[in-house]
Design a protein around this ligand. Structure first.
Ligand code: FPP
Length: 251
């Protein structure tokens, strides 16, 4: 990481206290606007966005975050023009080729969730190889949501529980949050403490609908291709100033 004095100062501040968010989730938005503002095609915005992914992973490692979840491609994104979808899939493959070695070296374990059956054979095999080669990593879990939709995930969990009930594996009266969560694609991953959205939009866009029930929301006007360690650290410091009450009365 390019360690400017300002980044070091922010990082020192983060490390001084021991309440770094365990899980940070990010809606990476604004690639298209970044490109448009420069008279460039949209795919160039996505390519620049890939560099921001790298900075965000590095910043997370430095800050001691244990889970980072990135919304890389939603189910709704399949409805974009075919050329843009192809460009995004190609970027995913390129990301794996470029970053795999360093992710392994830095102890990053990558997990992909979403409907991977819809990915091209090349993209699917690429992410599966990445999951396999990074599986020993224990410094940071990087979760990539690809072809993901929150409502769809909830429907899948409801379907799974209904099947368990019909086959007698569970009594419907015993269904609770824990049994439900075991059927989510994020089973085993703690809920996000902090949800960051770039580019200023005040929307959740079908991301982790169940899991963000009590997440702190942080929206920055910065477009995703310009997001970096500094913006991540500022979000963490803002998170620390919040009082999380989980529906209870404050201290
Ligand atoms: C939203 O910007 C961004 C996406 C739909 C794709 C995110 C992809 C990347 C950051 C690059 C590849 C990622 C990985 C993990 C390899 P938008 O296109 O909706 O922007 P706009 O709202 O300004 O049009």
């Amino acid at each position: 990481m390019a360690g400017t004095p300002e980044l070091s100062r922010l990082l020192d501040e983060i490390r001084q206290a021991d309440d770094v968010p365990r899980h940070v989730a990010v809606i990476m938005d604004g690639n298209g606007r970044w490109a448009r503002d420069r008279g460039l095609p949209r795919w160039k915005g996505h390519r620049e966005g890939m560099k921001a992914v790298r900075r965000c992973v590095e910043g997370s490692l430095q800050a001691g975050i244990s889970h980072l979840t990135l919304y890389a491609f939603s189910r709704e994104n399949w409805d974009r023009p075919p050329a843009e979808v192809r460009a995004l899939m190609a970027l995913l493959v390129e990301y794996v080729e470029r970053e795999a070695r360093e992710l392994v070296a830095n102890g990053v374990r990558v997990t992909v969730f979403g409907d991977r059956d819809r990915l091209s054979a090349e993209a699917r095999s690429s992410v599966e190889t990445l999951e396999r080669t990074t599986s020993p990593g224990s410094a940071l879990c990087l979760n990539l949501a690809i072809s993901y939709g929150g409502r769809d995930e909830i429907l899948g969990a409801a379907r799974g529980l209904a099947e368990d009930a019909v086959s007698g594996r569970i009594d419907p009266a015993d269904i609770d949050a824990s049994s439900f969560e075991r059927h989510l694609q994020t089973a085993g991953i703690p809920d996000p403490d902090l949800l960051i959205r770039t580019s200023g939009e005040m929307r959740i866009s079908n991301f982790l609908l169940w899991q963000i029930a009590y997440s702190e929301l942080y929206v920055t006007p910065v477009l995703w291709p310009e997001f970096g360690e500094r913006e991540l650290y500022e979000a963490i410091l803002e998170y620390r100033r919040r009082e999380r009450r989980f529906g209870r009365v404050g201290a």
